[in-house]
Design a protein around this ligand. Structure first.
Ligand SMILES: Cc1ncc(COP(=O)(O)O)c(C=O)c1O
Length: 448
């Protein structure tokens, strides 16, 4: 007979690690060298062996208000005491409307409607579907192509994967890519922009590739361009000066919708709620997730302009206008967390705090220039990347070694390829930034 459930929750060191198939993880390696956190508060994790780690990546770019902020915790608990779940199709609950209203009020002016999903991946696929259906609703159904960008990450659904530009996420699924997708070149160049602080001066010409793609396929076949205003998972690749402006211009000239995937860049990462307030370039659709609840309950979504929403509002009123949605779209716990998180960001002035900490983070990370194997450092908002020369024949191993060394010595960073990424909670202090960067410095020496 199976053991009663409560007896399965034992000492973490006695856990059976085998049954869990971990996402985006080297499962065999991990299970030989497990790393478990059991608590979190503010900017710290506590590990299963009782050590404190500074969380230098806000969870996975999501805990922007820090971990377990009491106001958000309270809001979730209160919601749970009142309403656990409410259907969202043809009936709903007040908090979903309240959060949509709040978001549209705080978002850049053109955004008047919010569609909720549970994750960034679903937000991206939803935005792509909105773009396709929008053109069809306006009698422009020949627009089916979707344009992404190399190194782009738009989650793991079939749409986001196809529009995304990361080879390892694509190669096993080549036969299942959605048709008609093309890619812009990425904008990173070690030769032309290594050690840039903020937006690089080089690279605006790369936006002209969109004009080339339009000339190749004809605008009448292209529905949307989806890009991250600043690429996050691809390694904190900051848009060159003038680049986003030129992409916007070409989209507008050709009737192509511009989708900004702001799953990482939203909610303070760039010191504002969304990137138009930072870079001054307005998309037609914005995807969001992660920071909307400070990572506490899964929630994502898409913000749409009135023009896009209105295009769907046709036909008999009793008919569904957009055949799309999720069982948990606008879940009570998630929307309660979202409302509370926005309240926390505002009442504690966290986006202003992020802006104030940006130059401190910038100076700190750039002090790593010249340390062993560092080939580039880049930063924007409260995000930074330190790129390392790969070990011979072992891509990503050097960054992994740095990650492990940091974990063993009090700091949780993230690596992807040979890039170490930093994106601390907006509440991080100057002293904590110093600890993060000094730990990375020691790690670079210890693992060189
Ligand atoms: C820009 C961007 N879009 C989409 C996603 C996917 O989000 P999720 O993991 O919540 O599906 C991510 C995740 O990191 C992301 O960075």
């Amino acid at each position: 007979m199976s053991e009663p459930v409560e007896q399965l929750f034992s000492d973490p060191s006695e856990l059976n690690l085998d049954p869990l198939w971990m996402p985006f993880t080297h499962n065999r390696y991990f299970k030989k060298h497990p790393r478990l956190v059991v608590e979190a508060k503010g900017v710290h994790y506590t590990t299963d062996d009782g050590r404190q780690l500074i969380d230098a990546l806000s969870g996975l770019w999501c805990c922007n208000a820090g971990h377990r902020h009491p106001k958000i915790v309270e809001a979730i608990k209160a919601q749970l005491d009142a309403l656990d779940y409410a259907v969202g199709f043809q009936a709903h609950h007040p908090k979903a409307f309240e959060l949509a209203d709040l978001l549209c009020d705080r978002a850049p002016a053109p955004f008047k409607h919010a569609f909720f999903t549970n994750s960034g991946s679903e937000a991206c696929d939803t935005a792509l579907k909105i773009a396709l259906a929008y053109h069809k609703a306006r009698g422009d159904g020949s627009r089916f192509r979707l344009i992404g960008r190399e190194k782009g990450y738009h989650g793991v659904g079939f749409g986001g994967m196809s529009v995304g530009g990361m080879m390892p996420n694509r190669k096993a699924f080549a036969s299942a890519m959605i048709p008609g997708v093309d890619h812009l070149p990425h904008t990173h160049s070690l030769e032309h922009m290594a050690y840039t602080r903020g937006q690089p001066e080089w690279g605006v010409h790369l936006a002209e590739d969109l004009a080339r793609i339009v000339a190749l396929h004809d605008a009448s076949t292209i529905a949307a361009v989806m890009i991250e205003p600043m690429q996050g998972s691809g390694g904190v690749i900051v848009p060159p000066v003038g680049y986003l402006e030129r992409i916007r211009e070409i989209c507008t000239q050709n009737g192509i919708l511009l989708i900004f995937d702001e799953v990482i860049t939203g909610f303070g990462r760039l010191g504002e709620i969304f990137s138009p307030d930072r870079f001054g370039v307005m998309p037609d659709l914005i995807t969001f997730a992660k920071g909307i609840t400070s990572g506490m309950v899964p929630l994502g979504g898409v913000l749409a302009t009135a023009d896009i929403y209105d295009a769907f509002m046709q036909g008999p009123e009793h008919m569904v206008e957009f055949f799309h949605g999720y069982t948990y779209s606008g879940h009570p716990l998630a929307t309660a967390a979202g409302i509370a998180a926005i309240d926390v960001y505002e009442s504690e002035d966290m986006f202003a705090r992020a802006r104030a900490m940006e130059p401190i983070l910038e100076d700190a990370v750039h002090s790593l220039r010249g340390e062993p194997n560092v080939v580039d450092i880049r930063n924007c908002g409260l995000a930074a990347a330190i790129e390392l020369a790969p070990r011979d024949g072992l891509p990503s191993k050097r960054a992994m070694d740095v990650f492990h060394w940091c974990y063993d010595n009090g700091v949780m960073v993230r690596y992807g390829g040979d890039v170490i990424a930093i994106g601390p909670p907006l509440t991080i202090s100057e002293a904590q930034i110093e600890v993060i960067v000094d730990t990375i410095r020691e790690a670079l020496h210890a693992t060189s």
